[in-house]
Design a protein around this ligand. Structure first.
Ligand SMILES: Cc1cc2nc3c(=O)[nH]c(=O)nc-3n(C[C@H](O)[C@H](O)[C@H](O)COP(=O)(O)OP(=O)(O)OC[C@H]3O[C@@H](n4cnc5c(N)ncnc54)[C@H](O)[C@@H]3O)c2cc1C
Length: 369
């Protein structure tokens, strides 16, 4: 089995490739034959998962229709998963279609779950990645849960803890605990935001503590803390997929694909990468949905240039401070911008407006296709 050659092969329907497809839908596809290879016809917009958990919108309100976008962009869709890459022969190996050749490729496959490896195998453990599996399994596992521990002191863990508190707020008494690792609570946010989050956790009766041993030991909380939980939700980020390193693409020390300011592989200039599977070597760009989304426009322009044999010119420059809106699940959000923080209903409305507008933009494009 095999697939015919693509002038541009988009591997993974992640947040950056959504931006690429949208650009091609608006301005035309730059390749004679472009293909999107991704396992699912939709992408779940992670920013709306806590809102679904808290009952603010339906489960599938945050789905982006990748199949419709590909159609609108004039891109062939292949529902499949990449398992290996050979950059020298410009081919990938996919699970269902075997070898797929390309001229130019762009990789946006996100990170891979690593909770079981970091925390230790535990039947109570539920990783929030991949998000679709988390959504499906939570609905099954939560039925039996009387006490839930959320592990991870970053924005994802905080929002998930607030959302699960709301979700568990019905007639049956369910306790929710938030446990941060050695970097503590929201290490990348200002002290103002941390203060507000700590106060809100207390207000909602969510116990919080930080531990510093479980990461290194790789044993889920053994000894340090008696986990008061029969469901443990892990929100500890993700690891790099191993096939880019195995195939010989340049990677950083953690295995993320090393890219330059134009999102181009530092070892193979005809391969681009963006989002959580990539690491900029010229600048510090954190792995987050916000950055993955903004990189999409830059990536689209650079792929367009590269497809014409021109050098890519655009570069994504993160602003000195990014706007983050952490939903408390109670109809409020904590707005964070640099050192500034405010908690209000207005911030929650702003978050809902931004999220819905993002989804609606792509929905409109697929309807026109
Ligand atoms: C619950 C939760 C809430 C979050 N909230 C926020 C937030 O509010 N703000 C924020 O900035 N960030 C947030 N994040 C982080 C954000 O989700 C990630 O940084 C973002 O999803 C990264 O986008 P990506 O394009 O790199 O990958 P992803 O969004 O993970 O997309 C990867 C795509 O590639 C496909 N794929 C995977 N493997 C393969 C393969 N081998 N071959 C082909 N295709 C493949 C997948 O099916 C998917 O379509 C949140 C994360 C979670 C889990």
């Amino acid at each position: 089995m095999g697939a015919s050659k693509s002038d541009i092969l988009l591997i993974g329907g992640g947040h950056s490739h959504v931006g690429v497809l949208a650009d091609w839908a608006r301005r035309g596809c730059p390749a004679r034959r472009a293909t999107l290879l991704t396992p699912e016809p939709t992408l779940r917009y992670s920013g709306m998962v806590p809102g679904w958990l808290a009952g603010e919108h339906t489960r599938d309100a945050g789905l982006v229709d990748l199949a419709g976008l590909a159609r609108a962009a004039g891109v062939d869709l292949v529902l499949d998963r990449c398992v290996a890459i050979d950059p020298e022969s410009r081919t990938i190996l996919s699970l269902g279609n075997g070898v797929v050749p390309f001229d130019l490729a762009s990789i946006d496959v996100g990170g891979v779950p690593h909770a079981a490896r970091v925390l230790g195998d535990d039947p109570r453990l539920l990783d929030i990645r991949p998000i679709d599996r988390f959504v499906a399994e939570l609905e099954r596992k939560e039925q039996l849960a009387r006490s839930i521990a959320v592990i991870g002191g970053g924005a994802g863990g905080v929002e998930i803890a607030f959302a699960l508190r709301q979700r568990a707020g019905g007639p049956k008494p369910v306790s929710v605990t938030l446990i941060a690792g050695e970097r503590g609570l929201l290490p990348d946010f200002s002290s103002q935001v941390r203060r507000k989050v700590v106060a809100e956790l207390a207000r909602q009766g969510i116990a919080f503590f930080a531990v510093d041993a479980w990461m290194e030991r790789g044993v889920l909380l053994a000894g340090e803390v008696e986990t008061p939980a029969d469901l443990v939700v892990a929100a500890i980020g993700s690891a790099a997929p191993d096939w880019p390193r195995a195939g010989g693409l340049a990677v950083d020390e953690e295995g993320f694909i090393a890219v330059d300011r134009h999102q181009r592989s530092t070892s193979h200039p005809y391969i681009f990468a963006a989002g959580d599977c990539a690491r900029r070597i010229d600048a510090k760009v954190a792995h987050s949905g916000v950055h993955a989304v903004h990189t999409g426009r830059v990536l689209a322009a650079n792929l367009r240039a590269a497809s014409k044999g021109k050098p890519p010119r655009r570069s994504y420059r993160p602003r000195p401070a990014s706007l983050y809106l952490l939903s408390t699940g109670t109809g409020e959000a904590i707005l964070s911008y640099g050192p500034f923080a405010v908690q209000s209903r207005w911030a929650a409305r702003l978050k809902a407006w931004i999220d819905k507008r993002w989804i609606a933009t792509y929905a409109a494009m697929t309807e026109r296709a």
